[in-house]
Design a protein around this ligand. Structure first.
Ligand code: COI
Length: 371
């Protein structure tokens, strides 16, 4: 569909300041010199495809995305390997999820090949922004927005697809360490038939209110329960959630309200590959608390692209705290974190075909530079 679109490249004359100490990176604070952008209208399809110096977007104040939230996005990372290669992890999954999110929000989308070429070309243009330290990477944020100026409520006819990238360190200021979680039994993240499966701004805007309550009480994230019974565990913060008992790993099923995380799928696949049974089944907050008290539940952790694996050390539910694994990182969380972060940098055998080392020559040919 978008096969023959050339990417025009305009190189920035300015170099933005890079943080000198990667410990200061944090998450989502720094952006590279360039961004990728392309625009869609019903007559021309995707056109004006380019990589140009990073700048504020010019967008009509009446643009549909600004009023009715027709926006979807993705998050993935590029890694610098010890061999100096640049690696991407399962990017086709992000391309597929972006398409599903677009479909849910009645938006124009891009095909996998175009998505991959756009990501790889931008990463190569700004490759000197990929941090070389462990636990650091280049975060990639592809986004599609409806841009036509119209205030009646309908799906847009004009769209922009753009990608920004920036160096990131640990998502949580505490790094890879157990976090304290507040279980929300009033605010919910998603309802069946709603937007929970889509990666769209509304889900994150909607989470802020409960997040503020958690922060005020001294917790770093919210654990979300289902919208009807306020019993079934769904997600933690912006991540999928896993529990480990001595016999198995349990994670809530993808039944319409949960984001199909790439790390979630990777963790399920890896555990099964390692001989650890995984059950995708509903798990209630009561089961979590009872089985922690009885010593059966050994670990809990969140999974996501940003944090990779985030151990959960303490849960606060209805005013009572439950401490998991003495608020220490569990052995499975540690094993998964180590394995995934090494695999993502090309340092583990890629048994599943998840890792792609960007081929500079292929991209040079595909990009059809017009400098
Ligand atoms: C992730 O965990 O990768 C996320 O989706 C978080 C992101 C919204 C910052």
């Amino acid at each position: 569909m978008n096969k023959n679109i050339a990417i025009r490249r305009v190189r920035s004359v300015h170099r933005r300041a890079k943080p000198t100490d990667t410990r200061e990176l944090g998450f989502g604070r720094y952006f590279s010199d360039h961004f990728f952008a392309t625009e869609f209208d019903r007559t021309n399809g995707w056109n004006l495809t380019r990589i140009e110096p990073m700048r504020p977007l010019q967008i009509d104040a009446a643009a549909i995305c600004l009023h009715y939230g027709q926006e979807v996005f993705e998050g993935l990372k590029a890694y610098r390997g010890k061999d100096n290669g640049i690696y991407l992890f399962r990017w086709r999954r992000n391309a597929a999820r972006l398409r599903n999110s677009c479909s849910r929000l009645m938006m124009e989308t891009v095909d996998e090949e175009f998505f991959g070429r756009a990501v790889k070309t931008l990463v190569l243009v700004d490759q000197d922004w990929i941090p070389n330290e462990p636990d650091c990477s280049l975060y990639i944020r592809p986004t599609i927005i409806a841009t036509d100026p119209f205030l009646g409520v309908r799906a847009g006819d004009e769209y922009a697809f753009y990608i920004i990238v920036g160096p990131v360190g640990a998502y949580y200021p505490g790094g890879f360490n157990p976090i304290r979680i507040w279980v929300s039994d009033e605010d919910v993240r998603a309802v069946k038939g709603g937007l929970g499966e889509a990666k769209t701004a509304a889900n994150y805007a909607h989470s802020l209110c409960a997040q503020q309550k958690a922060t005020a009480l001294g917790y770093s994230q919210v654990l979300w329960l289902d919208a009807i019974h306020h019993q079934w565990v769904e997600e933690v913060g912006t991540m999928n959630i896993f529990f480990r008992t001595k016999d198995e790993v349990i994670t809530p099923p993808l039944a319409g309200t949960i984001l199909p995380g790439v790390t979630r799928d990777s963790v399920i696949t890896l555990c099964r590959h390692w001989g650890i049974p995984v059950q995708e089944r509903p798990i209630s907050i009561d089961e979590v608390i009872d089985r922690t008290a009885s010593g059966e539940l050994l670990e809990c952790f969140g999974t996501g692209t940003a944090a990779v694996i985030s151990p959960v050390g303490t849960l606060s539910y209805q005013g009572r705290e439950t401490v998991i694994n003495q608020h220490r990182t569990g052995e499975l969380a540690q094993r998964l974190y180590d394995y995934l972060t090494r695999l993502q940098r090309g340092e583990e055998e890629d048994v599943f075909g998840w890792v792609e080392r960007i081929d500079h020559q292929e991209i040079e040919e595909l990009a059809r530079w017009k400098e």
